[in-house]
Design a protein around this ligand. Structure first.
Ligand SMILES: O=C(O)c1ccc(O)c(O)c1
Ligand SMILES: [Mg+2]
Length: 628
């Protein structure tokens, strides 16, 4: 299969799009007519630029409202097509993509449409060109690929072929089995797009919410299996209309596109054993069994307060790095690394972002394999000098320039605590009952949410939950969880279009995207809260009204509710599963901890999020100097 991407996927001018497409390693490009119309140069100039960067224009589109027109429009439509062929000649492109007619003037009739395509095929062939027909899911008469195929079949012309677009087919839930019997040489182009499942009209859904394969919820795998069954080995092109992509980074969205194709074809190869020329063998996604450590970048001044908070939360200093100003803090299965070194990566991270999470380390089954997969998926590997005898832990650049480390047992990387750290004796230290990292919540720009979703899901054996909408006093926040099947690793991605939400203000304060909070698990939240209070940890106050409502909303006894109220603990129940959560007050820089007790509960307490966000907003406003 030859892969490509449509210019419509990206933000920027045509020049910028073409450069980003070439830089992301594509060889083919679909030119959208509007991009050419707004280009300040001739189609020949565009061709020079495209070919100069090693790209080929695989199609020119869309040609609209063509088939089934009555006269006099019919003659005009053919004249318009000839003009497009002129442009294509200059552009160096031989395939015109025609999408099904949406005009109220168009007449139905499969034979009329087939006759029009036969004539268009004749005209195209005279000029050494071809035309492909795509059924738009909102086409007036033709909105089903099976009807488009029947038109192409009856047109019976070698220069007329079919275009399959996964969005139009999967959005309507059209049966895929008929794809399997289409002769592959009759499929001139396959356009790929995924989308979240939304209940809206096809046109709006398609024009604003498409996304790259794997970023949405449509059964792309089933589509690819049906396509594969035909023996198709032609052009496969990404065609995404997405408001966030149009506003996002041209370069990184182009890379996301390439990454999504590599992952999709690799998945197909694993399922079918098929070989795709040009697609290298990639190590499989990593199984992760959770977070090995979370590293904070601090400076000398903030280290004192931060370490005091860790002690208050029941952590004990368990090791001192052999060559750097770095300490290890432990409790249960949780490792927190506090990096106050005056050199290196964490130091520069601290200068830019202040006290913040500069790295996450994941426990994986095969760390070197993971790094190899990441590099093959166009992630950025990271390497910094290590001291003699110290471990070199594989890492890639993650969210907001932070690092994502991979630690495994297989290659002994899990020995890092003995190798790199001087252990400190714990004595009879009693913690606060915290056992493990429950989830890590990251806030990011709205436009980059799908980028990071793909980053994690392309590397790890994880599933994603549907996007949830959370109400913050300053606007709406979109939240999506990525989790392993056994729940040992849970990452939450948050983003908001409003600048007033806590999540957006965090981005502003941190100068970038990053980890906004970490949830730690306890087996007994009441005991943990007692411990935290005794240690002087300040918890986020929750309004009385919340507890008044809990009493009527649940069957908790008045005593139970009183215990929750006294501890500022939030509560949720799903059938017999229960979730109890409490938050620390927000620290300098906007970071906070959450403590959770899960009783067979799967989610993240979304019902409580607006209450928590309102309390945090209230405290943040109270902290501002008066008059602001
Ligand atoms: O939204 C559209 O009009 C449109 C245009 C061209 C396509 O290939 C498509 O799938 C949709
Ligand atoms: Mg299309």
């Amino acid at each position: 299969m030859r892969t490509a991407i449509a210019t419509v996927c990206l933000s920027g001018t045509l020049t910028k799009k073409i450069e980003a497409i070439a830089a992301a390693g594509f060889k083919g490009i679909e030119i959208f007519e509007n991009d050419l119309l707004s280009f300040n140069g001739s189609p020949k100039d565009a061709r020079r630029m495209i070919e100069g960067l090693g790209l080929a224009t695989i199609t020119f589109q869309p040609f609209r409202d063509f088939e089934g027109m009555p006269e006099p429009q019919r003659s005009k439509v053919f004249a318009r097509a000839e003009r497009k062929f002129d442009v294509m000649e200059e552009l160096g492109c031989d395939l015109l993509m025609v999408c099904s007619n949406v005009s109220p003037d168009s007449l139905g009739g499969i034979d009329r449409a087939a006759a029009d395509f036969h004539e268009l095929g004749e005209r195209a062939a005279k000029r050494g060109m071809r035309v492909g027909f795509e059924a738009l899911s909102w086409g007036r008469h033709i909105h089903d690929y099976r009807d488009a195929w029947e038109v192409v079949r009856r047109a019976n012309h070698p220069a007329v072929g079919l275009v399959l677009d996964s969005f139009h087919i999967l959005a309507r839930g059209t049966d895929l089995s008929a794809i399997r019997s289409i002769p592959p040489e009759r499929i001139f182009l396959v356009q790929m797009a995924d989308a979240p499942k939304l209940d809206m009209d096809y046109l709006s859904w398609s024009r604003h919410y498409r996304c790259f394969p794997g970023q949405g919820e449509l059964p792309i795998d089933e589509f690819m299996l049906a396509l594969h069954a035909t023996g198709f080995s032609g052009l496969l092109s990404l065609e995404i209309f997405n408001d966030r992509f149009r506003a996002g980074s041209t370069r990184s969205v182009a890379i996301d596109g390439q990454r999504s194709l590599i992952v999709m074809l690799d998945e197909l190869r694993r399922q079918t054993g098929a070989a795709f020329p040009g697609l290298q063998d990639i190590p499989p996604k990593a199984a992760s069994s959770g977070v090995e450590f979370i590293e904070f970048a601090v400076d000398e001044r903030s280290a004192v307060g931060f370490e005091k908070t860790l002690s208050g939360l029941g952590f004990r200093k368990a090791g001192i790095h052999r060559s750097k100003a770095v300490t290890r803090w432990c409790q249960g299965d949780i490792n927190i690394v506090v990096n106050a070194d005056k050199e290196g990566y964490a130091h520069s991270f601290n200068i830019t972002h202040g006290t913040s999470v500069c790295a996450l380390a994941l426990r994986v089954n095969d760390a070197p394999g993971m790094l190899k997969r990441a590099v093959m998926l166009l992630d950025q590997p990271f390497q910094q000098p290590v001291g003699p005898g110290e471990m070199n832990i594989p890492a890639v650049r993650g969210l907001g320039g932070s690092l994502l480390y991979f630690v495994d047992h297989k290659t002994g990387l899990d020995r890092l605590w003995e190798v790199d750290f001087e252990p400190l004796e714990g004595g009879d230290f009693a913690g606060a009952g915290l056992t493990m990292v429950d989830h890590v919540s990251q806030s990011m720009h709205y436009e980059e949410m799908l980028t990071w979703l793909l980053f994690y899901t392309s590397l790890l054996e994880v599933q994603k939950t549907p996007v949830q909408t959370v109400i913050d006093p300053g606007g709406v926040v979109q939240s999506q969880a990525i989790e392993t099947r056994d729940g040992s690793l849970c990452l939450i991605l948050n983003a908001s279009q409003s600048r007033q939400t806590l999540s957006s203000r965090f981005l502003h304060d941190l100068f970038g995207s990053g980890v906004q909070h970490i949830a730690l698990a306890t087996g007994n939240i009441f005991a943990t809260v007692e411990h935290l209070k005794a240690n002087g940890i300040e918890l986020l106050p929750i309004p009385e009204n919340y507890y008044g409502d809990l009493e009527v909303r649940t069957d908790l006894s008045a005593d139970d509710v009183e215990r929750l109220r006294a501890g500022n603990i939030l509560y949720d129940r799903e059938d017999s599963a229960e979730y109890l959560q409490v938050y620390t007050k927000t620290m300098e820089g906007g970071f906070f901890f959450e403590i959770v007790e899960r009783r067979n509960y799967q989610g993240y307490g979304a019902v409580n999020a607006p209450i928590r966000l309102a309390s945090q907003t209230r405290l943040a406003s109270a902290a501002l100097p008066s008059g602001i």
